[in-house]
Write a protein of this length. Structure first.
Lengths: 439, 304
């Protein structure tokens, strides 16, 4: 009996092995997904990674990219830098030379991976987070700050405020309240430059991590009586700020958050305190985006959706996750156009595509992704490719887009990136690429 | 001067919120000599259980009662499966066990109730009291005042419980020496189960108030970080110390956050601020140099 059982087990092992081999022979593009679904930012991660994975599933259910199927494996980082690096090392082995872009969705993990991903020739996508001087592709060939950087976002908010004040902020006072980390500190240099140019007073108010107590900061706001508060929060800091603003009577309509402080996860728990609050965004909320509606129909209709809580479908962060998926898949499609349709692309080939991406309005419309992303056109000199935001307002139940695309102050901000990247290259002994030859 | 008083009052009221969390630590330390690292996780678990039941259509008051039941069960399970085998072991073993318990609870709570950030509506508006605002131009939150009242009531009840009841005296005896308490017939298991259940209740109150203010989410576990300097300052085994320590930490961190950065900038240049994260710890460490047992902590004299 024991022998029969062993024989059956051996046969089963062989059968599974042969299936695995056949599976490996199919054309696949592997995504190492460094996700965070537990820990302090797990609630945000559920929506972001859920949206991204749902899109990859959707692409597969539509036949893949020219027949190449998207595969992925998640590794839990808990938004922790050390765990992020560990996950990267683990999954890069599985990807081999054919890795799809890595989206750590964490500025800290992105910083930790910049050198490694360049050495491994794996594209590091820092879409709306991460090291912002990586805009300069001559120094950072494998790091992509696509869609927008914190500095461009901050200057676009200033531009909006200027428009609200008949073109002048002279004599106004703007408080910048920020998470006291790399994420919160990145825009300061741009805001200081804007303050000099536009002659407004900038009051900086840092908040210590995690930001679950902000009594002193909001008393300072009450003392300074700024005209506006530009708010750079994340996680619990966002809900706490909205409640604290209510406590000191600061009008939420004059408080403008970053795109990481403008989701339903931030406003719903704050209740009435969030009504009127504004934030930057690059994607709209709602299921009326054709692509999102189709994902619901195709993926969730087949019971293959990634979200355990389906009510998140169409939320700001879910739709942003879908936008990550669109960027990655379109880069793979672009790479295939150059290097061979229906083939698995190498990390280096995908990096080329990310540097030569051109997602215009017509392409976004064809994908059903109008409203999920601004038009993006990247190059070796400009890994950002857009730098536009929209502003949205919480009406008590949902986010409502209030503006068209607003451009950041490119003339002011991009030279700062260039100088910072040059300094990085000098410190690391990197010889910048000649972008004219990088075609 | 008006602004100074406003900051001071705001700080004192915030301090009461820290005290609420610190009370849970004190209870268990006082009754078992264990520093319960899992107290922050218990706050999270309690609040998430309330919103979990509310999400299933249970009315809030009943959800609170059910959550209390869950906390009692958690306390009993902790005594049965974690602590019972460790009777008489060095305090460090018990402390390490509570670290393990922390990770277990942090994983269990979202598994049971999901990890979405959720509101708790207690019906107390976190808005300034109009009378104080109009008359003195001082912002004092109605919510903070109610929270202070609840904390004060808890302290009175717990003080009476520890000083005046038989169980309270038994708890103190157990804390002094497990083996000696057992030798005179104090039922250690029952005592520990009771104290963990009471600590669960305190965690529930803290979770409700903190959750109502900031939303129920994983970050509630960080409230423990706010309680640690309070405990160092007030003493690990004093209910009154938790309150006084909370008030001192709350007021000093707010005043420091407002008044120190400009002085530091004038002295050293650069941009200071966000010092709330470390200032209470520095203050507590300085205090340790002067009074290692904390303000109200019991001074131990070991004879050799």
């Amino acid at each position: 009996m024991k022998r029969i059982a062993l024989a059956v087990a051996a046969a089963a092992t062989l059968a599974v092995g042969s299936i695995g081999t056949a599976h490996a022979q199919a054309k696949e593009q592997f995504f190492p997904i460094l996700s965070y679904r537990v820990g302090p930012y797990g609630a945000n991660g559920q929506s972001l990674f859920g949206g991204m994975i749902d899109y990859l599933q959707y692409v597969n259910m539509k036949g893949g990219v020219n027949g190449v199927m998207m595969t992925w494996e998640e590794c839990e980082t808990e938004y922790n830098n050390a765990k992020g690096v560990e996950c990267y090392e683990r999954l890069k082995g599985k990807a081999g030379a054919n890795s799809a872009p890595v989206f750590p969705l964490s500025t800290g993990i992105s910083y930790a991976l910049i050198d490694k991903s360049a050495a491994d020739k794996i594209p590091l996508a820092m879409v709306g987070y991460g090291r912002t001087d990586a805009v300069d592709g001559s120094v950072f060939p494998f790091a992509f700050t696509m869609v927008g950087t914190y500095q461009m976002q901050a200057t676009a908010i200033v531009k909006y405020l200027k428009d609200q004040n008949k073109g002048s902020l002279a004599g106004k006072k703007i408080a910048y309240m920020y998470h006291d980390s790399a994420y919160g500190k990145e825009p300061i240099v741009a805001l200081e430059a804007e303050a000099r140019v536009n002659k407004f007073e900038l009051v900086q108010i840092p908040v210590a991590h995690p930001g679950n107590e902000q009594g002193a900061q909001w008393l300072k706001v009450r003392q300074e009586r700024p005209d506006y508060v530009i708010f750079w929060g994340w996680g619990v800091m966002n809900q706490t700020a909205l409640k604290a603003a209510q406590k000191v009577g600061f009008p939420r309509e004059k408080m403008i958050g970053s795109w990481w402080a403008g989701s339903e996860e931030d406003t719903v728990p704050a209740g009435d305190a969030a009504k009127g609050y504004m934030s930057a965004t690059w994607n709209v909320a709602g299921k009326d985006v054709p692509l999102v509606a189709d994902i619901e129909k195709v993926v969730y209709g087949a019971g293959k959706g990634n979200l355990s809580d389906k009510s998140k479908l169409g939320s700001i962060l879910y739709n942003r996750g879908v936008s990550y998926g669109v960027l990655a898949v379109e880069a793979i499609r672009k790479a295939q156009e150059k290097y061979g349709k229906g083939k698995t692309m190498s990390g280096e080939q995908i990096a080329w595509a990310m540097e030569n991406l051109d997602l215009n309005d017509a392409k976004l419309k064809a994908l059903g992704a109008t409203g999920l992303l601004p038009p993006i056109k990247t190059s070796c000199e400009d890994h950002e490719g857009s730098g536009k935001i929209k502003l949205q307002q919480w009406d008590g139940t949902k986010w409502v887009v209030k503006t068209d695309w607003i451009d950041g102050n490119r003339q002011l901000v991009h030279p700062l990136f260039k100088a910072s990247a040059a300094q990085f290259a000098k410190d690391k002994g990197i010889t910048p690429r000649d972008c004219k030859k990088a075609m | 001067m008006q602004f100074f008083f406003e900051a001071l009052i705001g700080g004192l009221l915030s301090g009461v919120m820290y005290s609420l969390v610190a009370l849970g630590f004190v209870l268990i330390y006082k009754a078992s000599g264990v520093f319960n690292f899992a107290q922050g996780a218990m706050v999270f678990f309690a609040a998430l259980t309330v919103v979990g039941f509310v999400g299933k259509g249970v009315p809030l008051p009943i959800a609170i009662v059910l959550a209390f039941g869950a906390m009692v069960l958690l306390g009993l399970a902790t005594e049965r499966f974690v602590l019972r085998k460790l009777v008489g072991q060095p305090p460090i073993s018990l402390f390490m066990a509570t670290i393990g318990l922390t990770f277990f609870i942090e994983g269990l709570a979202p598994m049971l109730w999901g990890d979405a950030v959720q509101p708790i509506e207690l019906g107390i508006q976190d808005e300034p009291i109009p009378w104080l605002l109009e008359r003195f131009d001082i912002v004092v939150s109605r919510f903070d005042l109610v929270a202070s009242g609840i904390a004060a009531a808890l302290v009175v009840v717990l003080a009476i419980f520890f000083q005046k009841t038989r169980i309270g005296r038994a708890l103190r005896a157990v804390a002094d020496d497990h083996q000696a308490a057992l030798s005179i017939g104090i039922p250690l298991e029952r005592i520990w189960a009771i104290v963990w259940a009471v600590a669960g209740f305190v965690a529930l109150v803290a979770g409700l108030l903190w959750g109502s203010r900031n939303g129920v989410q994983f970050a509630l576990t960080f409230t423990a970080l706010k309680a640690l300097p309070v405990l160092v300052l007030g003493g690990f085994d004093s209910v009154a110390g938790a309150i006084v320590g909370g008030l001192i930490i709350g007021a000093s961190e707010k005043l420091a956050e407002i008044y120190l950065p400009p002085l530091m900038q004038a002295g050293f240049g650069g941009n200071f601020g966000g010092i709330e994260g470390w200032f209470p710890y520095v203050l507590a460490l300085l205090f340790l140099l002067v009074r290692p047992e904390g303000l109200f902590g019991e001074r131990h004299i070991d004879r050799v």
